[in-house]
Design a protein around this ligand. Structure first.
Ligand code: UDP
Length: 350
């Protein structure tokens, strides 16, 4: 892609799920994304917009070179480890990559005079917190991460905020609720190995990969007994990043912002939406609770609306599931990498 006069944005982790969708959104909004990714969990095939730099987030020299080579003026930082369960058994690794990687990135930015950051945070910073099972969670709700993964996200937020005060960095931390769906083109989407997320697993079950879905707990204090989550379409999430980069903030400002819809959907509602989209039942069994799952995680999205002028436009459950299904039914990155879990010939309902 020809950069021309477009402002260059370093997108660390831009070959991953949310990063790739954000690179596309940046490109559509007149920016030049410079994707910086180690490809340890991202996919080269997901980098379709802007430039690609192969590098590790802990490599100060490579980060500085990428900033210099492309005249980077701002950064959106996704790179890091994300598997909550793995963080419990390898907490040191998560601190090294997530916190250590962010320290290295912030130093490289400061050295090169790059003073604008959007950070990929998570509703995991709230842990079991919130103010009661069925209420929405505002940004000032108690922070009580339930995993080392959540700890590292909160630690990064604190460190970024301190550097805003100390050095005049301007930053927005976006706390994602449940990212889901895929770009409507079917070119990029969710490709985790192993897959642990509800919507892809429900689709695999409905399409008959042999295993019924296990619903993790039906005895929660929620309307149908299953967990409530706030599912946000990845394209809406990507748009929030672009807004966070553009919003007019004074030098040294720091803001943490929830990115969710404010609407909770139960596991069984998601299962029904998948069955409707596929026109066949999703086989499932009620199982035990998964350790650490809070009953309800639903955003209060007021600040995103007020500060960023952002609101979701494509996050209905129907739309999320339809776009996820289009992606699951399409050929995946690097044929064989995901093993064709869903056949390319499976019908798409939309
Ligand atoms: N879930 C489930 N069965 C699965 C995977 C997930 O019942 O095989 C539930 C999980 O307990 C949670 C919701 O689906 O309430 C969303 O889980 P996911 O792993 O997609 O995202 P998380 O909320 O953990 O970030």
């Amino acid at each position: 892609m020809d950069r021309g006069s477009k402002p260059a944005v370093l997108v660390t982790g831009g070959a991953g799920y949310i990063g790739a969708h954000t690179a596309k959104a940046l490109s559509e909004q007149g920016f030049f994304p410079v994707v910086y990714d180690s490809l340890s969990s991202g996919y080269r095939e997901a980098v379709r917009w802007g430039a690609f730099v192969h590098g590790d987030i802990r490599d100060a020299g490579a980060l500085a070179d990428a900033i210099d080579a492309h005249g980077v003026k701002s950064v959106i930082h996704f790179a890091g480890l994300i598997e909550v369960g793995r963080s419990v058994v390898k907490p040191d690794l998560f601190w090294e990559h997530n916190v250590g990687g962010t320290v290295t990135l912030l130093s490289a930015m400061r050295e090169r005079g790059v003073d604008r950051l959007v950070f990929s945070s998570s509703a995991a910073v709230y842990g079991q917190g919130g103010r009661g099972a069925l209420e929405t969670i505002p940004e000032d709700a108690p922070k009580a991460p339930a995993s080392p993964y959540g700890d590292t996200k909160l630690a990064c937020e604190w460190m970024i905020e301190a550097q805003c005060r100390a050095y005049g960095l301007t930053a927005v931390a976006l706390r994602y609720f449940n990212a889901a769906g895929a770009d409507p083109s079917g070119l990029i989407g969710e490709a985790h190995e192993p897959e642990t997320h509800l919507i892809p697993l429900a689709m695999a079950a409905a399409l008959g990969d042999g295993k019924p879905l296990t619903v993790f707990g039906a005895d929660f204090d929620t309307p149908d007994g299953t967990c409530l989550r706030d599912y946000i379409h990845v394209s809406d999430l990507a748009a929030a990043h672009v807004r966070a980069l553009q919003v007019d903030l004074p030098a040294g400002a720091y803001q943490a912002v929830n990115v969710g819809t404010g609407q909770g959907h139960s596991v069984l509602e998601v299962v029904e939406a998948v069955s409707r989209a596929l026109g066949r039942p999703t086989p499932y069994a009620l199982g035990a609770r998964r350790a650490g799952d809070p009953p309800s995680l639903v955003a209060d999205p007021s600040r995103a609306r007020e500060l960023l002028g952002w609101a979701p436009t494509c996050s209905s459950l129907e739309r999320i599931v339809a776009d996820a299904l289009r992606w699951e039914s399409a050929p995946k990155y690097g044929a064989g990498v995901r093993g064709g879990r869903l056949g390319a010939s499976e019908p798409v309902s939309s």
